[in-house]
Design a protein around this ligand. Structure first.
Ligand SMILES: CC(C)(COP(=O)(O)OP(=O)(O)OC[C@H]1O[C@@H](n2cnc3c(N)ncnc32)[C@H](O)[C@@H]1OP(=O)(O)O)[C@@H](O)C(=O)NCCC(=O)NCCS
Length: 191
């Protein structure tokens, strides 16, 4: 397997992977910071982790209230958080550590960016999808194993979005989406 940094030439393949993994309409744009984002190929694209440097105050507003909001508010993040905004692995390659490897690479790259943002500590955040259908996999376990703190579950996280976008969820079907997310956060020492 060839794992390398994401470039814009991967965008179409990544969009197809995300559509298969999280459903048409939920994948959003393939916005990704090439310094932080990774793709894995075997006979085609088999995995992707797209990350961005996000604005902590804006992120707090998306959580509005509750435990994740409170936890983010306590962090000395000086306005910046690395957010893993998309993570997916092709169904036939799951359960072999591909996603865990991609997440570790995002973290290593994030630690290296600390100096750019003059941060003593880098925070990496992910919203782990908890599908309403328990037969579907979730990333919450792999984030936990990688040392992420669980900031709490947010019920119906995609409800409003699914209604507005008319997005069909692989777990819930037509809107409204009833899936939850678990907000996972890891604090890295700077490189
Ligand atoms: C979540 C996902 C990215 C994990 O990818 P992966 O490469 O299988 O991840 P890893 O192998 O590093 O670790 C995966 C887990 O899969 C489990 N697993 C084992 N065999 C599996 C299989 N055939 N299919 C799915 N999961 C399997 C592992 O035991 C481990 O379980 P745990 O974390 O619940 O304890 C992948 O299942 C996926 O793309 N899911 C759909 C989209 C999604 O949920 N993305 C995350 C949004 S934040």
């Amino acid at each position: 397997m060839d794992v390398r940094r994401y470039t814009p030439t991967d965008a179409d393949a990544v969009a197809a992977l995300l559509e298969a993994a999280v459903g048409a309409g939920f994948a959003g744009s393939a916005a990704a910071d090439p310094r932080l984002s990774w793709v894995a190929y075997d006979d085609g694209l088999c995995g992707a982790a797209l990350a961005v440097v996000d604005d902590a105050p804006r992120l707090r507003r998306t959580y509005a209230e509750g435990p994740a909001f409170a936890a983010l508010e306590r962090l000395p993040v000086r306005g910046r958080v690395v957010r893993i905004r998309e993570l997916a692995v092709r169904a036939h390659r799951r359960g072999r550590g591909v996603a865990s490897d991609l997440v570790a690479r995002v973290e290593a790259a994030a630690a290296g960016l600390a100096y750019l943002h003059r941060l003593d500590t880098v925070h990496v955040l992910a919203n782990a999808w908890l599908p309403s259908d328990p037969a579907l996999p979730t990333s919450a376990g792999l984030f936990r194993r990688a040392g992420y703190e669980d900031l709490g579950e947010i019920a119906g996280f995609f409800r409003e979005f699914s209604l507005a976008a008319g997005a069909t969820c692989p777990a819930c079907g037509p809107p409204p989406c009833r899936c939850c997310v678990r907000v996972m956060l890891k604090r890295l020492p700077s490189a």
